[in-house]
Ligand binder design. Structure first.
Ligand SMILES: Cc1cc2nc3c(=O)[nH]c(=O)nc-3n(C[C@H](O)[C@H](O)[C@H](O)COP(=O)(O)O)c2cc1C
Length: 193
């Protein structure tokens, strides 16, 4: 399976950090899992505020083998449908990025990769974060859902009785993994003890 992760400048960098570390861990035991990463220009700034520290350095030191592609590096394999990547997750997804993808504005590697996923009818999971949502936001998200994207808002659940911030983050990351077909037990499932 080949999965690309995009990170934008919405609040919610801890979701991205946790998703990347779970995927990097999974890749160590499953070399068939191929990963790629791309960033929006604002992503490192929000990461520094919310995760503390430098995104690129943490990627290198904690998630060593996930290739990070340049913001306009269209040589990345997932910039083309012919490379056959299976899924993309954009987490967190800003309203600006959602708007660009909804309107086909492929002006960066990240938005181009999302455009490719939609046109190829592959899995595109968007984890939007904003509150409250304007009609413009809602219409863009509806357009994306109609085009085939999965809208998986950064809305933690509390029925699993999270005990820590990590548990709260995992309640979202677990659902992201479910939707790209990666089995996980990050959260206690409804109906289990
Ligand atoms: C600390 C911080 C938090 C932000 N949180 C959000 C957010 O939750 N949702 C959002 O749509 N934009 C948020 N923004 C604004 C975006 O970063 C800004 O609109 C940016 O242009 C988005 O660009 P991008 O989509 O290329 O990352 C935030 C900005 C900062 C600095």
């Amino acid at each position: 399976m080949k999965i690309v992760v995009g990170i934008t400048g919405a609040s919610g960098a801890p979701y991205a950090k946790r998703l990347l570390s779970v995927l990097a861990e999974r890749r160590r035991v499953d070399p068939a899992l191929e990963l790629g990463l791309c960033l929006s220009p604002t992503a490192p700034e929000v990461w520094a505020l919310e995760c503390g520290g430098d995104l690129r350095q943490q990627l290198r030191e904690q998630m060593g083998d996930i290739p990070l592609w340049g913001q306009r590096d269209y040589r990345a394999p997932f910039a083309s449908g012919s490379a056959g990547w299976d899924a993309m997750v954009i987490v967190p997804c800003s309203m600006g990025t959602a708007a660009r993808i909804a309107h086909g504005i492929s002006d960066s590697l990240l938005t181009r990769a999302a455009d490719v996923m939609l046109k190829e009818r592959r899995k595109l999971v968007l984890v939007p974060r904003e509150t409250p949502l304007s009609v413009i936001h809602l219409e863009n998200l509806t357009t994306l859902a109609r085009a085939g994207a999965t809208i998986l808002p950064a809305m933690p659940s509390f029925y699993s009785n999270p005990r820590s911030m990590d548990d709260v983050v995992d309640s979202v990351v677990s659902r992201i993994l479910d939707h790209v077909g990666i089995g996980n037990d990050l959260m206690r499932r409804w109906g289990t003890t």
